[in-house]
Design a protein around this ligand. Structure first.
Ligand code: GTP
Length: 379
């Protein structure tokens, strides 16, 4: 339905929304005591967190996925074995994060590169920008070249981390310098086809959530479909910007194709916090006491004639939109288009579920005859 023809919109308030999501098991579980790890049997993408000691790997994982407040990370102990964390809190955000100890030694015979890098979707390398980063750059080079030889499909993501302590000029300079040195070194060694992406991050602001959103998005094969749906939705509803959020982690798994500015993203994150907090305090506790359900909806009017509008998409996903107040006069149209959008998302889920099911069946069958490290990880 187009923005111009809103007169005819009808939608029923009692529409049924199914959820195609699984229950999730939150919380970390310890990995094995050694470095011999088997591949994830469900074929979920795996994200590796690597970097020197105290660069901030565990803090990132705890803040983004376990709601730890940044100040509490001061008390985190050093990781001395691989910690595997299953992130399955949304149908689209399902992956494993493996947090590596800073002193990991690739030449240790317990470190099986084939298994570790073979089943990996993305490798996040964390560099402490407040420290001298020359050692980190050598380790980055060693890690990337080792991993690339085993699996050239890995996405390499470099977090230039702890930038909260740096001035704006210093940040830009650090990024330029690290970018140049890392790429020059790879070129010299003949790895010119390796592509590194760089992000300036800190756990003390939203930059770490934004960066992780981009890392995760690259692992979602349905991303172009989701972006397309969002583009259609915003252009027909008079909306300026829309984010599809994973509510628990506040990672956005897709947005429309207009550029993302940090302020808009932060506003939307804050809105999710408000909705979840209010629901937790005043919401009616049903069976599972969830603070976010299929009735979740919120509207916030800002004093600059802007509206933030949140709607539940499924048990784990929310759509958060930013629009001008006068466009919200046509709320009926927006809501009707939203119902169409939600329906389309469900169809994407259904297809995805079928593909995953088929993948699991193939995987189970192939387990009998082939070693685990040859199993495809991506959906
Ligand atoms: N200023 C600042 N400090 C941070 C940031 N992220 C992490 N830290 C601090 O960095 C220190 C080390 O963090 P960890 O998460 O334990 O580092 P790690 O890389 O997991 O360390 P290992 O387990 O030894 O490999 C902690 O004191 C954190 O509070 C950040 O964005 N900014």
């Amino acid at each position: 339905m187009s923005y111009e023809q809103e007169e005819e919109d009808h939608y029923g308030p009692g529409y049924e929304v199914g959820s195609y999501t699984k229950d999730y098991n939150d919380g970390p579980y310890d990995g094995e005591n050694d470095m011999t790890i088997s591949t994830n049997p469900e074929g979920k993408p795996r994200i590796l967190l690597m970097g020197l000691r105290r660069s901030g790997k565990s803090s990132i994982q705890k803040v983004v996925f376990h709601k730890m407040s940044p100040n509490e990370t001061l008390f985190l102990e050093s990781t001395n074995k691989i910690v595997k964390d299953e992130i399955s809190n949304s149908s689209f955000v399902q992956f494993q994060i493996w947090d590596f100890p800073g002193q990991v030694d690739f030449f240790d015979q317990n470190f099986d590169c084939e298994i570790i890098f073979g089943g990996c979707g993305a490798l996040v390398f964390v560099i402490d920008a407040q420290d001298d980063y020359m050692d980190a750059l050598s380790k980055l080079n060693l890690t990337v070249t080792k991993a690339y030889k085993v699996n050239p499909n890995i996405r390499f993501e470099v977090f230039i981390h702890k930038v909260d302590g740096l001035s704006d000029d210093h940040k830009i300079e650090a990024q330029r310098d690290i970018h140049q040195r890392a790429n020059d070194e790879l070129m010299e060694e003949g790895f010119e086809s390796v592509n590194l992406s760089f992000y300036l991050t800190s756990i003390y602001d939203h930059s770490i959530f934004e960066a992780f959103s981009k890392v995760v998005q690259k692992l979602i094969p349905q991303l172009p479909t989701l972006e397309n749906l969002l583009n259609i939705f915003v252009s027909n509803s008079g909306i300026e910007k829309a984010f599809l959020f994973d509510v628990v982690s506040k990672i956005y798994i897709a947005t429309d194709s207009s550029p993302v500015d940090m302020q808009s993203y932060e506003l939307c994150c804050d809105m999710i916090d408000v909705v979840v907090d209010i629901s937790c305090i005043y919401g009616i506790k049903e069976n599972d006491g969830a603070a976010f359900d299929n009735q979740s909806l919120s509207l916030i009017k800002l004093d600059n004639s802007t509206i933030l509008y949140l709607r539940e998409v499924n048990r784990f996903l929310a759509l958060v939109c930013i629009l001008r107040e006068h466009h919200f006069a046509r709320q009926g149209l927006i809501d009707y288009n939203f119902v169409c959008f939600r329906q389309a998302i469900q169809e994407v889920f259904e297809v995805r579920m079928q593909v995953q099911q088929a993948h699991t069946n193939v995987h189970n069958a192939s387990d009998l005859i082939q070693p685990l490290n040859t199993v495809a990880i991506k959906d």
